[in-house]
Design a protein around this ligand. Structure first.
Ligand SMILES: [Zn+2]
Length: 268
């Protein structure tokens, strides 16, 4: 796994989420499946997890790298957006747009745009708008563009010399939404029956969060309970698709069909 981008091949699929471990919970099996099909996959975490009840941001960085290995992700990076304060600002949009341009994904997976945690639904809008901006040829990546009163910090001076995202415009072909955190009917599911165990292990790589311990005992369920919940969800979405385990997604576009006899999922 690399965090450098320079001349890397474009990613086939990039999953963007607010927190480390969100992707593992909502679409990790799908990413692993894509990797097994020879696709290049990546994860962009918007925050580093410094607000978590358990563990430090450094713990979570190590755990995220371990999880990425299990999911066979070829690129993973965390931005420095404050945990618990994911806001859809111009600056944050540029940060995400710059990653889109560097990694040039064909497909972007975003969180669903409604949810309990503000970071999750804000990440959805922020991600969508960043995908749009990344395709604008004349986008100005200097953070203080249009704001001459903003203090020119050392970082900003650096950004001006080598503006992040000073790469070619790029807009992903497809944006889909991982809906597992929200009770909404998906438009399609991905069969992860063969990958369920690996996905669960990727989540359990976040030992600071999920191993049984004293800290946050009232907030966090025991590991056996976590497994039961995750399995129940995967079973439910599997049932909708006529398989054992699946992950749910939503696309805004309609499905395009070439051959009626090949449409999957039995009706009666
Ligand atoms: Zn989260």
């Amino acid at each position: 796994m690399s965090t450098l981008s320079t001349d890397a091949a474009p990613l086939d699929v990039l999953a963007i989420a607010a927190h480390r471990d969100d992707v593992e919970q909502t679409c990790g099996g799908t990413l692993l499946k894509m990797a097994q099909h020879g696709r290049l996959t990546g994860i962009l975490d918007l925050t580093q997890g410094e607000m978590g009840t358990r563990g430090t941001a450094e713990d979570r960085a190590q755990e995220a790298a371990e999880a990425a290995k299990i999911l066979r992700v070829s690129w993973r990076q965390a931005l420095d957006i404050p945990d618990g304060r994911v806001e859809n600002t111009w600056e944050n949009k540029l940060k995400v747009a710059s990653v889109i341009r560097e990694q040039r994904p064909r497909v972007v997976i975003l969180p669903y745009w409604k949810g309990r945690h503000p970071d999750h639904y804000t990440a959805s809008t922020l991600g969508y708008e960043a995908c749009f901006l990344a395709g604008l040829a004349k986008l100005d990546f200097s953070v203080d563009a249009g704001d001459s009163s903003a203090p020119l910090t050392a970082q900003r001076r650096q950004d001006r010399r080598h503006p992040a995202g000073a790469t070619k415009p790029h807009r992903p072909f497809k944006i889909i939404y991982a809906t597992l955190y929200y009770d909404v009917r998906p438009t399609f599911v991905v069969d992860i029956t063969e990958l369920f165990e690996a996905r669960f292990q990727a989540l359990m790589a976040y030992k600071s969060q999920f191993s049984d311990q004293e800290a946050g005992k009232d907030l966090f369920p025991a590991q056996a309970e976590i497994r039961a919940r995750i399995e129940a969800m995967a079973r439910f979405y599997g049932l909708l698709g006529g398989v054992t385990y699946a992950e749910p997604f939503l696309q805004k576009e309609v499905g395009l069909v070439e051959d009626l006899t090949l449409i999957p999922v039995k009706s009666i």
